[in-house]
Design a binder for this molecule. Structure first.
Ligand SMILES: [Zn+2]
Length: 305
């Protein structure tokens, strides 16, 4: 009897250890083969599990013809947002967004309403391609926003226009956009300039530090840590509206396996919660770009993150 009790105790201890080593939010299970219909199913499940607390919304219609769906979580006065998969091949970022949605649905932040869009680029996500197609042409969605030093295009895609209209209409104050891979968490400015500091450098440093509580990812200015890129959402949202916008480059691969996704989730969902809790409740007051553009830096955009 004694040895049987001991074995039982050991089994319980082992399972507890296993749970903490790969701790995932309740209701979330990592997958590599999800396509958009399964993402929508996941959102529906969270909505029906948490009625009154979680509801679906439509960001807009994408060029693929599908509605871009999201979840509204909680009912606090603050307005935060998580958006994944501007780049369709970066499916690991959608997994982290779904896990964060599950976590926030289970334990909403009382002061916040958080909007989660797990897949912005629906066509690219389904075909595992970086770009998104509109009228027969491919566009990089995270080069499709207006910016002070120009961009590839300005709202050639319905998805990017819908997101820009949404953050304006819903008075969104802070946004985390999720990508793969580097790993790092970075802040504006990130376009072709040598004048990289915004007027709110200290606040941005505080925000990235909150975002890497578990992951210990590298942090810093977007251009310095990754590379300069014109027409990104993060620069647009801060420049146009003073929205506190951070870009997460998650994990170590564009094609993570299940165990790698579990690790990306484990180390990042606490940081996303911490970022949303820490972010200022009002938009930044000084968000104009007062520096000079330097077009010679454009060639440094590698377009692979
Ligand atoms: Zn990306």
């Amino acid at each position: 009897m004694k040895s049987r009790s001991w074995m039982l105790l050991s089994a319980v201890a082992c399972s507890l250890f296993a749970t903490s080593a790969h701790a995932q939010p309740p209701g979330y299970q990592a997958r590599t083969d999800r396509r958009y219909p399964q993402v929508v199913e996941f959102l529906k499940r969270l909505e029906s599990k948490h009625p009154g607390r979680v509801s679906r919304f439509v960001l807009g219609r994408s060029d693929s013809g599908a509605d871009i769906e999201g979840l509204r979580i909680g009912s606090g006065p603050g307005r935060g947002m998580i958006v994944a998969t501007h780049h369709g091949n970066e499916y690991g970022s959608s997994e982290v967004a779904l896990a964060a949605a599950a976590d926030l649905s289970e334990q909403p932040i009382s002061t916040m309403t958080v909007y989660v869009v797990p897949v912005l680029n629906v066509g690219g996500y389904n075909s595992r391609s970086r770009e998104e197609k509109a009228s027969g042409r491919s566009h990089d969605p995270n080069r499709d926003y207006p910016g002070p030093c120009g961009s590839d295009s300005e709202f050639a895609l319905r998805s990017t226009r819908a997101l820009a209209e949404f953050v304006a209409r819903e008075s969104i104050v802070s946004v985390a956009t999720l990508h793969t891979h580097y790993p790092a968490v970075v802040y504006p400015w990130g376009f072709s300039t040598r004048d990289l500091e915004t007027a709110h450098q200290a606040e941005f440093v505080k925000l990235v530090e909150a975002s890497v509580v578990e992951s210990r990812y590298e942090t810093g200015n977007s251009s310095t840590v990754i590379y300069p890129a014109n027409g990104t959402f993060e620069d647009f949202a801060f420049w146009k509206h003073g929205i506190w916008s951070l870009l997460f480059e998650l994990g170590f691969s564009h094609s993570p396996r299940v165990a790698e996704i579990e690790e990306m989730v484990r180390v990042n969902f606490p940081g996303l919660r911490s970022l949303i809790e820490t972010a200022p409740k009002r938009r930044a007051s000084r968000h104009a770009f007062t520096g000079k553009c330097d077009d010679s830096l454009r060639i440094l955009d590698r377009r692979d993150e």
